[in-house]
Design a protein around this ligand. Structure first.
Ligand code: SAM
Length: 285
C-alpha cells in the first residue's frame, strides 16, 4: 500500500469516511524521497518513537528499518485506519494518546527496557514548541529527534548567535543538542498542502549539555530575560528580569567582559553561561 499516493490517500478516506482536521495539523506527506531522508537521519534501528502517524506513511518506513516502533496518535478516528495500513508490520505499537500528556519516561521503560531510542515525526505544527521543549527538558533516554516542522521554526531552532532567527529556543536546543537542518520541503508535497513551507530538523542529543552551568534554572532564566525585549540592551533586559540595581548589574557584566550595551541576540551560549554563573555566585534572583 503506497501511502504517498494521493489516490491511495483518497481511497482510505472514502473507506473510513475520514476527513482531515485542520486543528490537529493533519497535513500528510506524499514524498518518498523526503520519507527516506527522515528515516536515514533518524537512525531508528534500535527502536523509535513516532509522534502523529496520520495514516502511517512514515510509520511504515520506520518499521522497515527498526526493531520496534511505538507511534502515538491523538485522533481516535485514525486508530482503525492505522490497524489497517500497518497490518503487515508486527513490530509497531499504536498508542491512542496526546503526546503532551504521555509519560515518555515510563513508555520508554516499558516498551524499550529503558534503552536509548530515536524520535521521528512529521509534527503537528500547532504544538511544535511544546513538544520539542517536552522532549528536551524531560531528559529522556533518546539519541536524536528528527522532525518535520515549519521552515521558519527549523531555522529558529538551529540558529546561532548574531542571526535574526536566534532566540531563547535556539539556546535551549543548542544546550541539549547539536541541531542541523536536513532538508527543506515545499508545501506542495503534503495533502492537504499547509500554508507554509517545511523543513526536516535533526536534533542530535549531546552526551552532556553544551555548557556546564552552576544552576540550570538560573541559566534558562537569564536566557529568557535576555530575549524578552528584542529592542532593549542586555542591561535593560536583565534589569527587568532580576531584582538588582542597574549599577551593580552593569559592573557585574563588565567584570566578565560582556558589554552591558549589547543585545541578547549577539550572545553565545558560553556568554550566557558566564552571566548565569556570576549571578548564581552573587546570589542574584
Ligand atoms: N505522520 C503523518 C505524515 O507524515 O503524513 C501525519 C503527520 S500530520 C502533520 C500530524 C499528525 O499528528 C496527525 O495525524 C495528527 O492527528 C497528530 N497529532 C496532532 N496533535 C497530536 C498530539 N497532541 N499528540 C499526538 N498526535 C497528534
Amino acid at each position: 500500500m503506497d501511502l504517498t499516493s494521493p489516490r491511495v490517500i483518497r481511497s482510505i478516506q472514502e473507506k473510513f469516511g475520514f476527513t482531515f482536521k485542520k486543528g490537529l495539523g493533519q497535513n500528510f506527506l506524499t514524498s518518498r524521497d523526503v520519507l527516506h531522508e527522515i528515516v536515514e537521519a533518524a537512525e531508528p534501528e534500535d527502536g523509535v518513537i513516532e509522534i502523529g502517524p496520520g495514516f502511517g506513511v512514515l510509520t511504515q518506513e520506520l518499521a522497515k528499518s527498526s526493531e520496534k516502533v511505538v507511534t502515538i496518535e491523538i485522533d481516535e478516528r485514525l486508530i482503525d485506519v492505522l490497524d489497517y495500513t500497518l497490518s503487515d508490520y508486527d513490530n509497531v505499537k499504536i498508542v491512542n494518546k496526546d503526546i503532551l500528556k504521555t509519560n515518555l519516561k515510563e513508555l520508554i521503560k516499558e516498551e524499550f527496557d529503558g534503552r536509548k531510542v530515536s524520535v521521528a515525526a512529521n509534527l503537528p505544527y500547532y504544538i511544535t514548541t511544546p513538544i520539542i521543549t517536552k522532549l528536551l527538558e524531560e531528559k529522556l533516554p533518546i539519541k536524536s529527534i528528527v522532525v518535520m516542522v515549519q521552515k521558519e521554526v527549523a531555522l529558529r531552532l538551529a540558529a546561532k548567535e548574531g542571526s535574526k532567527d536566534y532566540g531563547a529556543i535556539s539556546v535551549l536546543c543548542r544546550y541539549y543538542t547539536e541541531p542541523t537542518v536536513v532538508t527543506k520541503v515545499p508545501a506542495s508535497l503534503f495533502v492537504p498542502p499547509p500554508k507554509v513551507d517545511s523543513a526536516v530538523l535533526k536534533l542530535k542529543i549531546r552526551e552532556k549539555p553544551a555548557v556546564d552551568v552552576l544552576d540550570e534554572k538560573m541559566f534558562f532564566k537569564v536566557v529568557k530575560a535576555s530575549f524578552a525585549q528584542r529592542r532593549k540592551t542586555l542591561l535593560n533586559c536583565l534589569c527587568s528580569g532580576f531584582s538588582v540595581p542597574k549599577t551593580q548589574l552593569s559592573s557585574l557584566l563588565e567584570s566578565i567582559d560582556i558589554l552591558p550595551s549589547r543585545r541578547g541576540e549577539t550572545l553565545s551560549i558560553e556568554e550566557f553561561k558566564k552571566i548565569s554563573d556570576v549571578f548564581t555566585n552573587e546570589g542574584i534572583r
